[in-house]
Design a protein around this ligand. Sequence first.
Ligand code: GLC
Ligand code: CA
Length: 572
Amino acid sequence: MRLARLRTSCFLAVFLGFFCSPARAAEGSKEDPNWWRHAVIYEIYPRSFGDSNGDGIGDLNGITQHLDYLKGLAVEAVWLTPFYPSPQVDFGYDISNYEAIDPQYGTMADFDRLVAEAKKRGIRIINDMVLNHTSDQDPWFKESESSRTNPKADWYVWRDGKPDGQPPNNWISIFGHSAWQYEDSRKQFYYHEFYKEQPDLNWRNNDVRKAMYDTLRFWMKKGVSGFRLDAITMLFEDADLRDEPYAEGQNAYGDRNTTRQFTDNLPEVHDVLKQLHEVTDEFPGRILIGETYLHTAEDLAKMYGAKNDELQLPMDTQLGFLNKLSAPDFRSMLTDAETKLNGNTPLFVFENHDNKRLVDRYGDGVHNDAIARLLATLLLTPRDAALIYEGQELGVANVDPKRVEDVKDPIGRLGWPKEKGRDGERLPMPWNGDTDAGFSTAKATWLPVSPDYKTVNVATESGDPNSLLNYYKTLIKLRKQDVQLREGEFVGVDTENPNVLSFLRKTKDAKAVLVSLNLSASAQELKFDLKAAGVQGRHLKKLLASASDINPSDVDHVSLPPYGSYVGHVQP
Ligand code: GLC
Ligand code: CA
């Protein structure tokens, strides 16, 4: 593991028995350029994290107020989803000014304070950056749509329709129906991969590139540590506008599915990623995270760049969104991440603001708590960087709207009831059992708080040593403090087992931690032969397990209950 070299002061702290992390090492000292390797990055949806002024909508000061909680979790960085001025059609992913703050989230002074207060606590801020499209209210688009000859006429993807007035081709928006919108002022169509209020920028235009790169510089000068690049694989569309071949089935909006081979993951994306890398390299220690829903490890590997000159952390979405508990599948994905990414760090993710909460995708209704611990262990013990979405550490579940008239996310109205939208995973963060779950003091919050907030909340779980929250905290601490979990290579063991996923994190001195995860609903008895993996010891010393009675004494007698997790040192 090529984790950051720890600083002298850090070694001293370890020697004296203090908790020490690369994040701490950054405090008050020079930026460690490798801080992101093995980092835990916490995703905040600002609208739903903390509401400081009682209007029912989360805001930047609400995040600042809760920074001590994040320090307690010991995350290295926070990724903030968009807080820029926006008509909020896509709740901030339709940006109308890339270098300002939407008044409902606060002011630039609030943002500066957030960055400074986070830094004091060893936490870095990562901005979401939406490069694929702007809002249709962005002055760039206003100018572009005004005529065919204005200076920004070519900044978006404009095309003539077919002679019969139909759109230029059969491309379908991810959010439903034709991806082309007719604009009378130009008597042309513009392309939008998402809502029609989100016109796609033309990344073949160098002025667009230059303008966006300056935006990145603007935020880096303000102290942000990097960017999460929204929909980054979608920057380019086929220049010849070829029709997409049709694929099986229909989407939730009744359109025939297409292959998306002409609108997603085009090779030109890599030119832009290299330029973005150069721009962020102007500032030390800054990183690029990519929203990369790719289907193979080979495609994911390309996102790091042939010379590691593109993204530091493209998201590996295959593991976390497998949506079934399968030891062989998880094993092969972890092995791919270890062997096919050219030694780069995978960034695993199980939850975000676009997908149902993990208990809704993996839970069986009976063992949900054990399954949540299992997936936390799977996320936080391999050689990886890890994303956590607010509330995931509490075991928050989806609560989808019951009636179409309550839906806020437009795709939920268009696709109802097949697609209920993403409100269900965006409910206010439950801080305690008080009014509005401690999120707000408003009469009504923008989305309702979850009905189970009296028990599933930060305050209650903080006070319970056996809570999921404390399980996450322990895991995050362990992955920083334990040398094997921090630096060890990943070695699969018992690799034919259809029910239990087991692996070692092994350092060069042949010391190892064993991780064993029962992905089945029945109890499992395990015996490990670790000699082939170059590990001699037979005794086990527990670091953490999902239940207190999981405590095997040696590698020949490991019993795991249904969905049980075990992490322990192998010893002589
Ligand atoms: C990304 C965001 C999602 C948004 C879309 C369009 O997928 O995560 O929330 O709707 O891009 O910007
Ligand atoms: Ca507010």
